[in-house]
Design a protein around this ligand. Structure first.
Ligand code: SAM
Ligand code: DTB
Ligand code: SF4
Length: 352
């Protein structure tokens, strides 16, 4: 694989030769092949990080990190069999089932997240697909959360064309729907739906004019070729997803992937760096898995081009770093919350 590094199209080199620093034409490719993406993975680590950081700086302030907070609005009992997921009804995990939350409680949680410094509030539901009745309730939540001044994101499973349009009408900003892994490895992880089902919902979401939040999980026993295939699939969508969450698998007891071997940290950083290079204008989120990462590991991920995190003690059903730990992380690395120029999370709000 290392040899093919000589033949890849390197957006950084291409720009330097042309002298064009605006970069749009050469940076934003939608024709990546898995081999080309694999060749990026195989670059010497310092070269890979330099290219990722160079592109990152072309499109973003490297010291700004977008902050989202997650809330599980409907928990557990999901009919899908995603092998990583503690909320699947197929596995015996410690997650308790909970029906759709009350709207006032959701809006109160959003207000707390906003006061703690988050700019986006993401609501997740353990559904295969929402019914139209469920969707109406979620639309009311979206309207309530929007009124707090935050951006909104929901992840509800598969959507029809009409449902995506209804969410847009309610004022939704982002829809999260991950492809999770490569098309080739997909059937090893989920059997109750196909990769193409995922692509169809993404198409419905895009056509409705919603921003797309789409990424995947690293550390599920997939090969590097699968990681390259997943990033190739994301970077060859008609538009790059505006937001790309890269999750490290949270190994939850009771799920089939509970005893999966740990992913090499540097390979995870490489995945972030390659995501940054192939989707240079997208916000790349260092998503689940941060509780297992050192400060140094997270610093490398930011250097590789990650510029978003989930902030708050909980993800959906598993732990996220404590807010005081993230405040310290931001202070030590000189990071600022995107949209709050000089403030690490909470700085102006006196604690969460
Ligand atoms: N049911 C909806 C769906 O699957 O699209 C929305 C909720 S689902 C929990 C959202 C995403 O969380 C999944 O696509 C997956 O990427 C991520 N996720 C779930 N369990 C995870 C785990 N154990 N480790 C890392 N990411 C996980
Ligand atoms: C995403 O890519 N990661 C988030 C969000 N989108 C919905 C979810 C992570 C879930 C981790 C396992 C849990 O807490 O249940
Ligand atoms: Fe259900 Fe989503 Fe979990 Fe899959 S990832 S089991 S669809 S909640």
């Amino acid at each position: 694989m290392a040899k093919s590094t000589e033949t890849i199209t390197d957006p950084y080199d291409a720009l330097d030769k042309s002298g064009d620093k605006s970069g749009d034409k050469d940076d934003l490719r939608h024709d990546w092949t898995t081999d080309e993406v694999g060749a990026l993975f195989a670059l010497p680590f310092n070269d890979l990080l330099f290219r990722a950081q160079t592109l990152h700086r072309r499109y973003f302030d490297p010291n700004e990190v977008q902050i989202s907070t997650l809330l599980s609005i409907k928990t557990g009992g999901c009919p899908e069999d995603c092998a990583y997921c503690p909320q699947s009804a197929h596995y015996d995990t410690e997650v308790d089932r909970d029906g759709l939350m009350n709207i006032d409680d959701v809006v109160a949680a959003a207000q707390r997240a906003r006061d703690a410094g988050a700019s986006r509030f993401c609501m997740g539901a353990a559904w295969r697909r929402p019914t139209d009745k469920d969707l109406e309730q979620v639309c009311t939540m979206i309207e309530g959360v929007r009124a707090t001044g935050m951006e909104t994101c929901v992840t509800l499973g598969m959507l029809t064309d009409a449902q995506a349009r209804r969410l847009k009408e309610a004022g939704l900003d982002y829809y999260n729907h991950n492809i999770d892994t490569s098309e080739e490895y997909y059937g090893d992880i989920i059997t109750t739906r196909t990769f193409d089902d995922r692509i169809e919902t993404l198409s419905n979401v895009r056509h409705a004019g919603l921003n797309v939040c789409c990424g995947g999980i690293v550390g599920m026993g997939e090969s590097r070729t699968d990681r390259a295939g997943m990033l190739m699939a994301l970077a060859t969508l008609p538009d790059h997803p505006q937001s790309v969450p890269i999750n490290q698998l949270v190994r939850v007891p009771g799920t089939p992937l509970a005893k999966t071997g740990e992913i090499d940290g540097l390979e995870f950083v490489r995945t972030i760096a390659v995501a940054r290079i192939v989707m240079p204008r997208s916000v790349v989120r260092l998503s689940a898995g941060r509780t297992d990462m050192s400060t140094e590991m997270q610093a490398l991920c930011f250097a590789a081009g990650a510029n978003s995190i989930f902030y708050g003690d909980q993800l959906l059903t598993t732990d996220n770093p404590a807010t005081h730990a993230d405040k310290e992380l931001f202070e030590r690395l000189g990071l600022r919350a995107m949209g709050a120029p000089s403030a690490p999370p909470d700085q102006d709000h006196g604690g969460a």
